[in-house]
Design a binder for this molecule. Structure first.
Ligand code: SF4
Length: 249
């Protein structure tokens, strides 16, 4: 049993952090009624080397690798029973000293219209791409996102937009539609309006060209196999930085 979104992709989930994510961001997909007891989440806690052979391991998707950080590093190290070669870590907290690249969510749920303030002391080299959550499709949100993305674009990082899903229809009606994937949720507007939002961002900020993507794409097939951003940015990072040794936890 595995995450259906990953079906057919070269990515496998590993979620060493147990229980619900203690950050508990109200908008997080994993807090939207997806039970931590779901079979694929339980399976992601108990990977075998066979599960991860020739795969890229996505560590703590829906959780945060900087929480219970030592546990994550021990479980993901080559000395553990899992021991994998290719991996990337997810976090929404600005600490990136992991032994593999990091996907950073710059505006986790509780600060969706605010952003972590980029700092020069960050370990920028470890960033694989930066994720921005998109709560709605208003002009104001577009402008805020473009401004917040600038420091990352200046460091040549790829930006990924994740259009937010809500269990309840947001009070302001921006054309949310009800969807049914693993669970029911409300999703910001229709495919054409999301495409429009992306095109407007590209028009407003030319430096986004070639460095802006949407998690799950915009052609209607949301599977990671169809999107391919995580895989392609991982290999690009490895090609540029090489496989560093795992740090001792
Ligand atoms: S960016 Fe693409 S590959 Fe990565 S999690 Fe989203 S859908 Fe999957």
């Amino acid at each position: 049993m595995s995450n259906a979104k990953l079906a057919g992709s070269n990515i496998v989930d590993f979620i060493p952090q147990s229980g619900a994510c203690p950050l508990g961001c109200p908008d997080c997909y994993y807090n939207l009624g997806v039970s931590e007891n779901a079979e694929w989440i339980k399976a992601a806690n108990h990977l075998s080397p066979q599960d991860t052979a020739n795969k890229i391991v996505r560590v703590n998707s829906g959780h945060d690798s900087n929480l219970c950080r030592d546990d994550t590093l021990i479980l993901a190290s080559p000395n553990s029973a899992v021991a994998f070669k290719h991996a990337f870590f997810n976090t929404s907290l600005p600490r990136f000293d992991f032994p593999r690249p990091v996907v950073f969510t710059a505006n986790p749920g509780w600060m969706k219209w605010q952003f972590h303030e980029p700092a020069t002391h960050w370990k920028w080299d470890n960033l694989m791409f930066v994720r921005f959550l998109v709560p709605d499709l208003t002009i104001e949100t577009r402008i805020r996102l473009a401004l917040a993305a600038k420091p990352y674009l200046a460091r040549d990082l790829f930006i990924v937009l994740t259009f937010m899903r809500y269990t309840e229809r947001p009070k302001k009606n921006y054309g949310y539609t009800q969807m049914n994937h693993f669970t029911h949720y409300w999703w910001a507007a229709t495919l054409p309006s999301r495409r429009c939002f992306l095109n407007d961002m590209l028009r407003d900020e030319p430096t986004f060209q070639g460095r802006l993507g949407v998690c799950g794409g915009l052609d209607g097939d949301e599977r990671c196999a169809a999107c391919g951003i995580c895989e392609s940015t991982y290999w690009a990072w490895i090609a540029e930085k090489g496989l560093a040794k795992w740090a001792k936890p």
